[in-house]
Design a protein around this ligand. Structure first.
Ligand code: HPA
Length: 284
């Protein structure tokens, strides 16, 4: 996947949607419903976009949705490419590289994740403050094309502090409003903060791996996001990361983990997740 490939994909998308895009959003497993929020939507199936590959996992639609939300022009990746599907890192990060070539300055990366924190229950959200890349590979390994970014990118602040602040403020307002309206019987802080620990999958972790992640400082575990976050920072894009906590990670309860539960929890938080994203986007 070359720089020219990304330029070609970007030009194709721009030919289908003529407005400059303010924010790109990558939707995680079970969170695809957010794309329905987009107004005046132009939908482009991945197979039509040069050099994009198809997303194979259940719960991912596999299309790019361009349109308006919260007064902004946005591009929503409904379905992402995962490393565990067998794609190489070049393919996994290609959409974000394309967004960079489209001149998009902000990307919101979302995912479903397992919690390693007793205080971060399923159905809550986690603002990603930093990550641990335990996927066994770095997406930027290989010859560097300086037109994307530098050989040795700084990763001190992968997740933009200003965007984190906006997300926290909006979550706080939503919690307040829900309490005032009587939706929640107490002011519920649903947006936790923490470190996202990425493993390659497709197996869920063993309890020993979950303990390892926790001891290393991870608060949630998942199988995505990190490659895209690295690619985005390499290109100088601002990144916001939000995990939807769909389950307690393996070994934390007596229960086994299954994909259906992950998808169901995604659907359960869809309303609050949509609301939060809409409000964040309006402020970017
Ligand atoms: N582990 C890894 N990825 C996940 C999990 C998990 O527990 N839940 C949702 N995605």
């Amino acid at each position: 996947m070359t720089y020219e490939n990304a330029v070609e994909a970007a030009a194709f998308i721009k030919s289908k949607y003529l407005h400059a895009i303010d924010v790109a959003v990558v939707l995680g497993s079970g969170l695809g419903a957010f794309a329905d929020e987009v107004e005046n939507a132009v939908k482009i199936p991945y197979e039509e976009i040069p050099h994009f590959v198809r997303s194979t996992v259940e719960g991912h639609a596999g299309q790019l949705v361009l349109g308006e939300l919260g007064g902004k022009h946005i591009a929503v990746q409904q379905g992402r490419f995962h490393f565990y599907e067998g794609y190489d890192m070049q393919q996994v990060m290609f959409p974000v590289r394309t967004f960079g070539r489209m001149g998009i300055g902000n990307v919101i990366l979302t995912n479903a994740a397992g919690s390693t924190e007793p205080e971060y229950p399923p159905g809550s959200l986690m603002l990603i403050t930093d990550h641990l890349n335990l996927m066994g590979e770095n997406p930027l390994r290989g010859k560097n094309d300086e037109r994307f970014g530098v050989r040795f990118p700084d990763m001190t602040e992968v997740y933009d502090r200003e965007l984190q602040k906006i997300a926290s403020e909006e979550a706080d307002d939503i919690a307040h409003e829900r309490f005032e309206k009587g939706v929640d019987d107490e002011k519920r802080d649903f947006l936790h903060r923490g470190v996202y620990c990425a493993l390659s999958g497709p197996t869920y972790e063993t309890p020993a791996e979950v303990r390892m992640c926790r001891q290393l400082g991870g608060n949630a575990v998942g199988m995505s996001t990190v490659p895209e976050a690295i690619a985005a920072r390499h290109q100088g894009m601002k990144v916001l990361g939000i995990s939807c906590i769909t389950n307690f990670a393996a070994g934390m309860t007596g229960e086994n983990i299954n994909h259906e539960e992950v998808m169901e929890t995604g659907a359960r938080v869809a309303e609050i997740f949509k609301q939060l994203l809409r409000r964040i986007i309006a402020r970017i």
